[in-house]
Write a protein that binds this ligand. Sequence first.
Ligand code: FAD
Length: 361
Amino acid sequence: MIEDDEGFKYPQIDTSLCIKCGLCEKVCPYLNLNDIRNPRIVYAAQNIDYNKKYNSSSGGVFVSLAESILNKGGVVFGAAFNSNLVVEHFCVESIDNLHLIMGSKYVQSDINTTYIKCRNFLEKNRLVLFSGTSCQIMGLNLFLNKKYDNLLTVDIICHGVPSPGVWRKYINFELRKIGFTPKQTFIKFRDKNTGWEKFSFSIYDKTKNNSLPIKTSIFYKNIYMNGFLSNIILRPSCYNCPAKNGKSKSDITLADFWGIKNCHSEFYDNLGVSLVLVHSEKGHSFIDKSNIELIKVDFEEAIKYNPSYMKSVNEPNKREMFFSLYKKDIPVEVILKKILHVSLIRRVINKFKRLTHHARK
Ligand SMILES: Cc1cc2nc3c(=O)[nH]c(=O)nc-3n(C[C@H](O)[C@H](O)[C@H](O)COP(=O)(O)OP(=O)(O)OC[C@H]3O[C@@H](n4cnc5c(N)ncnc54)[C@H](O)[C@@H]3O)c2cc1C
């Protein structure tokens, strides 16, 4: 896997070694599209434990599912930071390490050799939970090419994954400014010190347990989060995702229940509420036994506030501008500031035009 000039990894094939077996085409999500599946049942949910919910991005459903698997002697795969703050998939075999794969990391996670490790555990009859983005779960299912009763797959609603190269340059810039190295710090993309909806991006000192962050800012004031949420730094395939609408064939899909205040205000909690879409009988039995509070909700109502379940985001015009400057080695914080600043001025001009247009009427 080789990083391209946008900072994303792609497979590079050594044609002199290729035996033309065609296996890569048989497992390619773009060449093996699945049908749309509507979920069997949909819930709004939240973990009943304060700390677990606080340390999760949404309502803390993932941690509860993971605990059930680990308590049964199983293993759990999810996205973690390595010591260089690179996001990669990782296998956890004990509750003590579960915190490593909790929480959203808004960077494309490197799958590495985890599909092979997962298959080895499955063949040894270990219970496995594999979690990731919908395309990662679709890829895993195609790779395994076999149904395993001992596998539970959990994907997340995802509007796209940012470039690992952009993340590396951004975080190194931030850490240089405060005089820390990646090894000395940990990151929370969804710090709830400012609540669930107005979460913060925070950098913490690893050596100081339970301390205040070294640096924290509400998400809309953080330049990287702005780049992510304006869809400028996403992988090209995210604008045409083949795994949406239940096509990943996961057992359970998790997300933030952004519209909870509008449809079930009695279940709202400022520490987070999850949207849980259950696709299979197996998924249902794990959700049923989890340590979470649930209410049944209407599917159409729930996804009204989360269109990324069904639709890919549009590619913004500014994406091309961003990456043409990135390829010239201009610092990412400089490019983002320039691009997002222009768009802010444009928004103000548009708003002004709208107002004067209404005034003229
Ligand atoms: C890139 C990205 C985009 C997202 N976009 C949306 C969205 O548009 N709308 C929405 O409602 N929710 C989105 N989410 C999902 C949301 O942020 C929560 O992850 C989800 O609701 C689960 O929350 P939780 O509280 O149950 O568990 P948490 O403990 O917060 O989440 C842990 C789970 O997230 C997985 N995960 C974390 N980072 C990554 C990563 N980089 N790649 C693959 N898997 C990862 C872990 O493997 C684990 O399964 C996105 C998540 C990511 C990573």
